[in-house]
Design a protein around this ligand. Structure first.
Ligand code: MG
Length: 639
C-alpha cells in the first residue's frame, strides 16, 4: 500500500471514530426514543392482528430501551452490594411481560429510560470540568543548558534547579525564582486580581501565570507536582468527590425502598393462597400488579420535569444551572460567600481622581496620559484612555516612545518629554512631595496611583480603583432580606477589602486569602450554616466553588470558574441570585406536592390491588396517569 492510500485510510478511520464520539453522549436518549417508536409499532401491529410481530417489537423495545438502565442497575448492585430502582423497574417490566402484558411492561421501560438519559446528560458535564484546568498548564518549557543553548523539553522532565527561559506571552511552566530580567505577570489565575504584577530579579513566579512584557530566565524551585497551581487542581478534585448529605440519603432510601417492595412482592407470591384462600393464578397476577404499581415512576418524575422546567426558566433569566440538584440546593442556602474582584466589583480599574499641578488642567493631563497609554494593553492604560474620552484621531503623535515593563512609559509629545508610571519611575522624592500636598484625597489605599512628569517636574497624578458593580448593593440587600448571611472572601489587602465591604453593605469579610484559605472559609461557613453558596470568577476561586454546596460563577469569569461552578450568572447580574433562590424554593414546594401525591397514589393502587379492585391495565393507567399529572405540575415552573 502506498503512502497516500495509508493517509486516506487513516483519515477515514478517524472520521468514523469522530462520528461515533459525537453520537456517543446521545446513545442513551436515542435508545429510549427507539424503544418508544417500537412500542408504538407494536401497539399498531397488535391492533391489526399481527400478534407475534407485536411481541417481537415489544421485546426489542425492552432490550433497546432497558439495556443501559439494566446494565447500570446490575453493575451498581454488584459494586455496592445494594439494590436500586433500576433493578425494580426491570423486574416489574419483565414480570408484566411474563403474565402477558407486554405493552405495559414496555411503556414502563420507555419512560424510565427517558428519564435516565436526561440524568446522564447532566452527569457527563461535570466530569469535563477538570480538563479545562489542565489545559492551562503548559506541557513544554524552554530549558537553558550549561553551555547556554536552548532546548524545548516536556515539563515532566524538569528538575528543581533547572534554568528556564520565558518569553512574553508565554505561561510560566513551573514555580521558580527570577534569575535575570524583569517583567509584569498576569497572576489572575492564582489571585483573581486582573492588575498585572511587576517582577524583578529574585522575585518568585508561579506556574499557570502569564508573562506579559519582558523575557525572563528563572530557576525552578519546586517540583511540578507541588506548584501552587497543581494544588488548585487537587483541591477541586477532592472537593468534587465529597457527596452531599441529601444525595447519600436518597441512595440509602432507594436501597431500602427496593428491598421492601421486593420483600412484599415475594410475600404476595406465596402467602395469599394459604392466608386468604386466593388461587395461585390470582396470587401471581396480583403480585405482578403490585410490582408494577409500586415501581416509583411517578416518584422519579416528581423531580426531573419540575427541575428541568425551573432550569429553563432560570436560563431565560440569565441563570444557567447545571442540574436539578444544584437548583434544589440554591433554595436551602443560608449563607453566600463572594469573591471581591470581578464578582462584587467590575474587576477593571476606573479613574477616580485626576489631580493636576497648578497651571495645568485635568483635561491637559488626561490628553497627554492617553497619548502615551493608548498602545498599551495594561488595564490601567485602558482605563485612562477611556476616561480621557478621546479617540486615537484626536490624540497627538508620540515620538521616541519607551515602554518599561512594570514601571511605565516615556515619550515626547509636541517636543516635551512626558513620563507616566510608578513613583520610582518619575522620581520618588518629588512624587512623594507632590502626593503629600494632596494627602487626604489619596489616603484610600485601595487606589492605585499613577504619576506624570513633564519638563517642569511632576505634572499631576491619576488615581484608579476597581469599583463595585451597579447591582451589587441591591443584590446583597435582597439576599439579606431573604434571611441569608453574606460574606466576602478576597485575596486582596485588608484596607481594600474593608472599603468594598462597607460600600456593598456585606455582613462580613476575610482578606488576604489564597485559594486554600478560601476553601477553609467555605468549610467554616458550612459548619455554621450547612448549605453555603460561593460566587466567584477566577481560577483561584475554583476550589472554593467546588467546596461550596452551590458554586456560582460570573458569566465573564474564567472558563475554569464557569466549568467548576454549578450555576453561572450569564450576564454577571448579581441581582439574579435572589431570583434564583426564590425559583428554587418554588421548585421545592412543587416537588414536595408531587412526592406527596405520587406516594399517596402508590399506596392507593396497592390497597385497591390487594382488594382485587384493580387489574393490570388499570394499574398501569393509574401508575402512568399519576406520572403524567406530576409532570404537568412540574411544567408550571416554566412560567
Ligand atoms: Mg476574582
Amino acid at each position: 500500500m502506498d503512502a497516500e492510500a495509508k493517509v486516506v485510510r487513516r483519515h477515514v478511520a478517524w472520521r468514523q471514530y469522530d462520528w461515533f464520539r459525537r453520537i456517543k453522549p446521545h446513545l442513551e436518549l436515542i435508545a429510549a426514543l427507539v424503544s418508544g417508536l417500537l412500542i408504538a409499532a407494536g401497539w399498531i401491529m397488535d391492533r391489526q392482528g399481527f400478534v407475534t410481530a407485536a411481541v417481537v417489537s415489544y421485546l426489542l423495545a425492552f432490550v433497546i430501551g432497558g439495556y443501559a438502565k439494566a446494565k447500570e442497575g446490575i453493575e451498581s448492585t454488584i459494586k455496592d452490594r445494594k439494590l436500586n430502582v433500576e433493578i425494580l423497574m426491570i423486574l416489574a417490566a419483565i414480570g408484566s411481560a411474563l403474565i402477558g402484558y407486554w405493552s405495559e411492561g414496555a411503556i414502563l421501560i420507555f419512560i424510565f429510560a427517558l428519564s435516565g438519559a436526561l440524568e446522564t446528560y447532566t452527569m457527563n458535564r461535570s466530569s469535563r470540568e477538570i480538563s479545562a484546568l489542565l489545559e492551562l498548564q503548559p506541557e513544554t518549557a524552554v530549558r537553558i543548558r550549561d553551555g547556554g543553548e536552548e532546548e524545548t523539553v516536556s515539563v515532566r522532565q524538569l528538575r528543581v534547579g533547572d534554568i528556564l527561559l520565558i518569553r512574553p506571552g508565554e505561561r510560566i511552566p513551573v514555580d521558580g525564582t527570577i534569575l535575570e530580567g524583569s517583567t509584569s505577570l498576569d497572576e489572575s489565575a492564582l489571585t483573581g486580581e486582573s492588575m498585572p504584577v511587576s517582577k524583578k530579579m529574585s522575585d518568585e513566579v508561579y506556574a499557570g501565570t502569564v508573562n506579559l512584557r519582558g523575557t525572563i530566565t528563572i530557576v525552578m524551585n519546586k517540583p511540578a507536582s507541588e506548584t501552587l497551581f497543581q494544588k488548585i487542581i487537587d483541591l477541586v478534585q477532592s472537593a468534587q468527590s465529597e457527596k452531599s448529605p441529601s444525595q447519600l440519603f436518597i441512595e440509602r432510601f432507594e436501597n431500602i425502598y427496593v428491598k421492601i417492595v421486593l420483600f412484599c412482592v415475594g410475600l404476595m407470591m406465596v402467602l395469599p393462597p394459604f392466608a386468604l384462600g386466593w388461587s395461585w393464578e390470582e396470587t401471581w397476577y396480583r403480585a405482578m400488579v403490585l410490582l408494577v404499581v409500586a415501581s416509583p415512576c411517578a416518584l422519579v418524575a416528581s423531580i426531573m420535569p419540575a427541575s428541568l422546567s425551573a432550569i429553563s426558566n432560570g436560563a431565560r433569566n440569565g441563570i444557567l444551572v447545571k442540574g436539578g440538584v444544584h437548583l434544589e440546593n440554591l433554595g436551602k442556602i443560608r449563607a453566600v460567600a463572594f469573591d471581591k474582584t470581578g464578582t462584587l466589583t467590575k474587576g477593571k480599574p476606573v479613574v477616580t481622581d485626576v489631580i493636576a499641578r497648578e497651571g495645568l488642567s485635568e483635561q491637559d493631563l488626561l490628553y497627554h496620559a492617553a497619548a502615551l497609554e493608548r498602545f498599551s494593553n495594561h488595564p490601567l492604560a485602558s482605563a485612562i484612555v477611556e476616561r480621557s474620552g478621546l479617540d486615537s484621531g484626536e490624540l497627538p503623535k508620540v515620538a521616541d516612545m519607551e515602554d518599561i515593563a512594570g514601571y511605565g512609559i516615556r515619550g515626547t509629545v509636541n517636543g516635551i518629554l512626558w513620563t507616566i508610571g510608578k513613583a520610582e519611575f518619575v522620581g520618588r522624592e518629588e512624587a512623594e512631595q507632590f502626593a503629600g500636598s494632596i494627602g487626604p484625597k489619596l489616603a484610600d489605599q485601595g487606589r492605585t496611583v499613577v504619576y506624570m512628569r513633564d519638563d517642569q517636574g511632576i505634572a499631576g497624578v491619576i488615581a484608579l480603583r476597581d469599583v463595585i458593580r451597579d447591582e451589587t448593593v441591591n443584590a446583597i440587600r435582597s439576599l439579606k432580606r431573604a434571611g441569608i448571611h453574606t460574606m466576602m472572601i478576597t485575596g486582596d489587602s485588608e484596607t481594600t477589602a474593608a472599603a468594598i465591604a462597607s460600600e456593598s453593605g456585606i455582613d462580613a469579610y476575610t482578606a488576604g486569602c489564597l485559594p486554600e484559605r478560601k476553601v477553609e472559609a467555605i468549610k467554616e461557613l458550612k459548619h455554621r450554616y450547612r448549605t453555603v453558596a460561593m460566587v466567584g470568577d477566577g481560577i483561584n476561586d475554583a476550589p472554593a466553588l467546588a467546596a461550596a454546596s452551590v458554586g456560582i460563577a460570573m458569566g465573564e469569569g474564567t472558563d475554569v470558574a464557569m466549568q467548576t461552578a454549578d450555576v453561572i450568572l450569564v450576564k454577571n447580574d448579581l441581582e439574579k441570585l435572589a431570583y434564583a433562590v426564590k425559583l428554587s424554593r418554588r421548585m421545592t414546594r412543587i416537588v414536595k406536592q408531587n412526592i406527596f401525591f405520587s406516594i399517596s397514589m402508590i399506596i392507593l393502587l396497592i390497597i385497591t390491588n390487594f382488594m382485587h379492585v384493580l387489574d393490570l391495565p388499570l394499574g398501569v393507567i393509574g401508575h402512568e396517569g399519576s406520572t403524567l399529572l406530576v409532570i404537568l405540575n412540574g411544567l408550571r415552573l416554566l412560567r
